[in-house]
Design a protein. Structure first.
Length: 319
């Protein structure tokens, strides 16, 4: 992965970074920017999932005074702020179809229009994007534009989960212990081997972000120069450390398949009851008690065609 970063960083190519939540996709994007010829310019971060769909276009491309209620003055968007530098679009799979079209234009023509304006604005920005979704599945399901996917996927980088690179854990722990000890004004010079074995045996569903939290908590509680972690913080330990039998891979696969089947049935039932509507008070997301962006993501990953649940309009019979 480091080799990939070193290869693509000096170029202006668009990079699509994929990986589970918490794997450090933003760190990869930052490393690419710092190694690029744009490193002295701005590095603008945008979490597409954290901005309401109604405001994302204004946030990215800016707006003119009076473009909508509350637009009291002209405002530059994130792309203008990143001119000459790099923009990092995290959770790119959450963009609405309308914003996907506008982003495609930026990638193709290097220009955009502010909300409420028809005047094109040229911009020189390198785009780095990241997602924890399976975008190919979203394309197949019609939830993500195919042409935009290919424009973003010029140089793909997959960030492996922490459980796939457990040999990296000792180095990560050493770095994090030093970092948090310095911040807390403590001196920690030794890490117990038992602690490293414990950390390497854990599956880390929250990936590097979860590891950071565990190390920071342990540093705060550490009163000696030797770093250790309370075993009770990591309940899902390996068979060797916990003494509990670990289910066979086949059993885990079967359980996962059953869970996916139940989830699909629940989503399809909700869509059928809501006639294919996802968002809104009467939508399937509200019925299931989850955000509509989350439901859209699940629909895409499961390959569900929500159009089949929409009730066609009644035809008028000719007299």
């Amino acid at each position: 992965m480091i080799l990939q970063i070193d290869k693509v960083a000096p170029t202006d190519s668009t990079v699509l970074i994929s990986g589970e939540t918490g794997t450090g996709k933003e760190l990869i994007a930052s490393a690419i920017h710092k190694r690029s010829k744009r490193s002295a310019k701005a590095f603008i971060r945008v979490n597409c999932a954290a901005i309401p769909p109604s405001l994302i276009a204004s946030e990215l491309f800016g707006h003119e005074k009076g473009a909508f209620t509350g637009a009291l003055q002209r405002r530059a968007g994130r792309f203008e702020s990143a001119d000459g530098g790099t923009i990092f679009l995290d959770e790119i799979g959450e963009l609405s179809p309308e914003v996907q079209i506008a982003l495609l234009r930026v990638l193709q023509e290097r220009e955009f229009e502010r909300v409420g304006s028809s005047q094109p604005i040229s911009v020189d920005v390198r785009v780095l994007a990241a997602t924890n979704r399976h975008l190919e599945a979203a394309v197949s399901a019609g939830a993500f534009r195919e042409d935009l996917f290919y424009r973003l996927n010029v140089f793909p980088i997959r960030v492996p989960s922490l459980r796939e690179r457990k040999d990296d854990i000792p180095l990560l722990v050493e770095y994090l212990v030093e970092r948090y000890a310095k911040r807390a004004g403590k001196r920690i010079s030794h890490i117990k081997k038992k602690t490293l074995d414990l950390l390497q045996a854990y599956d880390w569903p929250g990936n590097v972000r979860e590891l950071q939290n565990v190390v920071e908590r342990a540093v705060i509680l550490c009163d000696e120069e030797t770093f250790s972690v309370d075993e009770t913080w990591l309940p899902r330990k390996s068979n060797q450390l916990s003494g509990r039998p670990v289910p066979r891979t086949g059993t885990l696969t079967e359980d996962k398949r059953e869970f996916v089947h139940r989830e699909r049935k629940a989503i399809e039932a909700a869509l059928a009851e809501c006639q294919g509507r996802v968002s809104g008070r009467r939508g399937a997301a509200a019925k299931l008690g989850i955000p509509h962006q989350t439901l859209e993501s699940k629909i895409a990953s499961l390959g569900i065609d929500k159009r089949q649940f929409k009730v066609p309009p009644l035809r008028r019979e000719s007299a």
